[in-house]
Design a protein around this ligand. Structure first.
Ligand SMILES: Nc1ncnc2c1ncn2[C@@H]1O[C@H](COP(=O)(O)OP(=O)(O)OP(=O)(O)O)[C@@H](O)[C@H]1O
Length: 590
């Protein structure tokens, strides 16, 4: 019940701005429904008038006239036209309102995601986040556009028909409605069955997508190891499960319409049978009796339409309720804390970590009592085995996460005393996995400074050693890059990231050196670019090749989240500890 309440609140909060349009749509539905239930009465009158005309024309001395018949026909036509008008206008308004509100929901959700802390994205897979925008919002749209509108219009139609039938003839109304409890029970049973299959299908599709995702991500390994056939064989049962659930789900959902058709036809026969019995045995005027039968034949056919329509939207509505709840869960998540008031100015003294403790998950400490000091203009290098916490230190310097203990100070002030925007404007970060956006090379480099001039962008690219490569491309800086076209190698992507960072001229630079797939020429270029970007700047560098950091002011050696050695290259060599061993081991391979 609370799930339903949450979904209703979510829908209403987005529908509220369109209340005027909704009122007009509802009025139109009311008008259309009224006309729809009124039209059969004119049809009945037309039949009665025609019957009278035929009887009168065969009765000597009576003048037969068709004028009443024509009037009834005109009335019927006008009311059916009004029905169409009401439904078309309300359909137009509701589709406009639902697409606008879902557009706003998409905007709200995307805006919220931009405000969530990095920790949220650690815990949620990209695919799941994406499905909020695709399947969940789609389900919400369908429910809004079809469901809510249908429930209202079909509900109104249902009540209107009952009211009209009762007003016309109570006995015939009861005869027409006699089958409905059975029809409602049967349709709910079928929809429940269909729902179970939809749930199985959704779960199976999730597993199938997960498998496809994993196999595509690992395609290179898969080919290299010759596991193609095994990959296809494992795919089959996942696919089969989806196929089977889809087939059963479709079978049950598809059953509803013919079954309702069957009920409607059966009802028709019952109505005609009782109607003619009443006419023949109740001494009713024949023309009036014929008209009554025609009216109830039409009502009996209309009567089953709302039952089948309302039961058919039960499943889409349930999907929408689930979708709205998933989206609301995200909207309720705590945003990245930005409570600091101070504005981070140009770095004057330096940055220091003091007795920092940190854990991504409460029961698994990653950094333990880490203290590192960097004075303005100095370069600090972090080295250590994989998983020792180097990237984690970088993440804390940019305030991607909050600390569990200790302090990170920028010119003596804790990081959380600054506004996030001012702090991040002072910090430049080059990640190991460089990010390229689907924009031109110019826009990619100018990402952190969109108003940069061509000269500034080119100067940054030159310093980052990527200008020459860009000039070999036909469109130069205006070349459009997409994630899919692999225009840049891993090393070149990092050079582009370095250019992007140089352009923003950060006070504090955080640089995670790329290790994968870098050839010797690019490696040298990266090294030169790193030297350029670090010159006269305060920097933290994670270096995987020790020769990059020989000139660092301080080298910090991390192991299992603790600082085990700290000093200059020469000091650490003299200590003959972990660093010197690492260094001599690497030198053997250089
Ligand atoms: N987002 C995260 N959520 C949970 N645990 C994480 C997360 N990021 C890293 N870790 C864990 O923290 C530990 C330190 O990781 P970190 O990436 O800081 O190491 P690293 O020294 O940079 O390693 P590498 O040299 O391989 O890049 C690892 O055990 C890792 O599993």
């Amino acid at each position: 019940m609370t799930k339903l309440k949450t979904a209703i609140q979510y829908f209403f909060s987005y529908l509220k701005p369109y209340w005027k349009g909704l009122l007009v749509a509802m009025a139109m539905v009311g008008l259309g429904t009224y006309a729809q239930i009124k039209a059969p009465l004119y049809m009945g009158d037309a039949v009665a008038d025609l019957a009278r005309y035929v009887t009168d024309s065969f009765t000597p001395g009576k003048t037969a006239s068709l004028s009443d018949f024509y009037q009834a026909l005109i009335g019927m036509g006008a009311f059916y036209l009004l029905t169409e008008f009401g439904l078309v206008v309300s359909g137009f308004i509701t589709s406009k309102i639902s697409s606008n509100s879902v557009g706003n929901m998409r905007k709200g959700l995307f805006g919220k995601l931009q405000k969530l802390p990095v920790a949220y994205f650690d815990k949620h897979q990209d695919g799941k986040i994406l499905s909020l925008f695709t399947s969940d919002l789609d389900n919400v749209f369908n429910a809004m556009n079809q469901g809510v509108f249908q429930i209202f219009s079909q509900g109104l139609l249902f009540l209107g028909i009952i009211w009209m039938m009762m007003a016309k003839s109570l006995t015939m109304a009861l005869v027409t409605m006699a089958l409905s409890p059975v029809a409602i029970l049967v349709s709910f049973f079928i929809m429940k069955k269909a729902r179970q299959q939809i749930e199985i299908q959704q779960a199976a599709t999730g597993e199938l997508n997960g498998y496809i995702n994993e196999q595509l991500a690992g395609q290179a390994v898969l080919l290299a190891e010759g596991r193609e056939q095994e990959s296809i064989d494992t795919f089959r049962p996942y696919n089969e499960k989806v196929r089977e659930a889809t087939q059963k789900g479709q079978f049950y959902s598809g059953l509803l319409s013919p079954l309702m058709q069957g009920f409607s036809l059966l009802n028709l026969a019952i109505v005609i049978f009782f109607g003619s019995w009443l006419v023949l045995h109740n001494g009713m005027d024949k023309a009036t009796g014929l008209s009554l039968v025609v009216v109830f034949v039409t009502y009996s056919q209309q009567y089953f339409q709302p039952i089948s329509q309302i039961t058919a939207i039960y499943n889409p509505l349930q999907l929408a309720v689930t979708g709205a709840n998933r989206i609301t869960d995200v909207l309720k998540k705590d945003e990245e804390k930005d409570t600091g008031k101070a504005i981070a100015g140009p770095l004057e003294e330096g940055v220091s970590l003091q007795h920092v403790d940190f854990a991504y998950q409460p029961d698994r400490p990653i950094l333990k009592d880490v203290s590192i000091d960097v004075k303005k203009g100095q370069m600090v290098a972090l080295v250590g085995p994989t998983g020792s916490g180097k990237t984690t230190v970088m993440n804390l310097l940019n305030r991607f996460y909050d600390l569990n203990g200790g302090k990170v100070l920028y010119d003596g002030q804790p990081l959380n005393s600054f506004t996030l925007e001012s702090l991040r404007n002072r910090v430049g970060i080059v990640l190991q996995e460089s990010v390229i956006f689907s924009k031109t090379i110019f826009e990619n480099i100018a990402y952190g400074k969109p108003d940069a001039t061509q000269e500034e962008v080119e100067a940054a690219a030159k310093q980052a050693n990527i200008h020459d490569f860009i000039m070999t491309l036909k469109d130069g800086y205006q070349t459009k890059v997409t994630g899919a076209d692999n225009l840049f190698s891993t090393g070149q992507k990092q050079l582009l990231s370095i250019a992007r960072t140089i352009l923003t001229n950060p006070d504090l630079l955080i640089l995670d050196e790329a290790t994968a797939n870098v050839d010797t020429v690019t490696e040298e270029k990266i090294q030169a670019a790193m030297e350029n970007v670090m010159k006269d700047r305060t920097s933290f560098v994670i270096a995987h090749r020790l020769k990059t950091i020989l000139s660092a002011d301080v080298i910090v050696v991390l192991k299992d989240g603790q600082v085990i050695e700290q000093g200059s290259h020469q000091e650490l060599l003299d200590q003959k500890g972990f660093y010197s061993e690492l260094y001599y081991n690497q030198m053997v391979f250089e």
